[in-house]
Ligand binder design. Sequence first.
Ligand SMILES: Nc1ncnc2c1ncn2[C@@H]1O[C@H](COP(=O)(O)OP(=O)(O)O)[C@@H](O)[C@H]1O
Ligand SMILES: [Mg+2]
Length: 304
Amino acid sequence: MIGECDALRGVQDDLAKIAPTRASVLVTGESGTGKELVARALHRQSGRDGPFVAVNCGAIAPELLASHLFGHERGSFTGAASRHVGLFEQAHGGTLFLDEVAEMPPPLQVYLLRVLETGLLTRVGGTESIAFDARVIAATNRDPMVAIDEGRLREDLFYRLADFIVVLPPLRSRGDDRLLLANHFIDRFNAEHGADKRLSRESLHVLHGYDWPGNVRELRSAIQRACILGDGDRVDLHEPPPHPVGGEAEADSVNFRVGMSYAEVEREMLLKTLARYGNDKTRTARALGVSVRTIHNQLGRREG
Ligand SMILES: Nc1ncnc2c1ncn2[C@@H]1O[C@H](COP(=O)(O)OP(=O)(O)O)[C@@H](O)[C@H]1O
Ligand SMILES: [Mg+2]
C-alpha cells in the first residue's frame, strides 16, 4: 500500500496490529480508495493459510446471495441441480471479504448476524449445522451511520462486523501521496514494458488540481493511459472531461415539478434509478422496493 500521509500511516499501523487477531474489521471509503487492498493486506498479515475469498454483495441478485454465501443442498430450489458449497465454507482457514455489505438484503443480514455469532451455518435447503472457520472482513462505500439510519444496514450486524473500522480517505485529501502513487504506477509500467517514462512537470497541476472522484483506481488508469499514449519518455496527465451532467449529485437526484402526474414522477424515478445501477433491473427493483416484474411492466408500458 503506497501512502505516507498521516491517514495512510495510521491505517498501516492499525493493520499490522489488527491482522493477527480474530477481531472483525469494517473498511469504509469511497469507491477506488483501496478497500479491497486493505482486506487483502489483512489476510496476508493474518498468518491464516486458507484462501482469500471476495464477494460483492451488491453485484449478486438478492435471491441468489444466500445460496452463494452459505451454499445449498441439491434440489433446494428450482435450478439447484447439485449441492453447492458456499463461500463461507470455501474460505475455510482463510478470509471472507464481504464487499458492499450494506447492499445485502436486511433479512439476510439477520441470518448473517446469527451465523457470525454462533460460528455455525446451515446451507439453503439443509438442516445440518456446519461449523466454519473463516475470518470475515466487510467493506462499504456508504457512511455506515447513514446506512443504518436509512434502514439499509442493520445496527446489530454493524456492531458485529466492526470491532475495528478502517476509514480510507478520498485521494483528493491525501496531499503528496498523489505524486507517490502516480510515480508508483509509472514505475510499474516502466518495469513491465522496459520503458523509462517520467511524469512531466505540467502534469503536476492536474495531479493536484483535479479532484479524482474515482480515487486511486481512476489515477491508476489515467497514468496507464498517459503512459501508453505519451510520446518518448514523457507522461502527460490530462484533466478528464467533466463528469456527465453536473456530476454524481445531479445524476443521483430527480427533479419533480408541481404539475407533474404521478405516472411521470414514477417514470423519472425509474429511469434515473436504472441509469444509476447501469441498467441492472434486479438492483433497480430492490432500490425502488418493487419486483423485477413491475420494472419490466413499467418499461413495457413506456415502450408500448
Ligand atoms: N494505497 C494504494 N497503493 C497502491 N495501490 C492502491 C492503493 N489504493 C488503491 N490502490 C489500487 O487502486 C485500485 C482500486 O483499489 P480497491 O482496493 O479495489 O478499491 P475499492 O475496493 O475501495 O474500490 C486497485 O488496483 C488497487 O491496487
Ligand atoms: Mg472494491
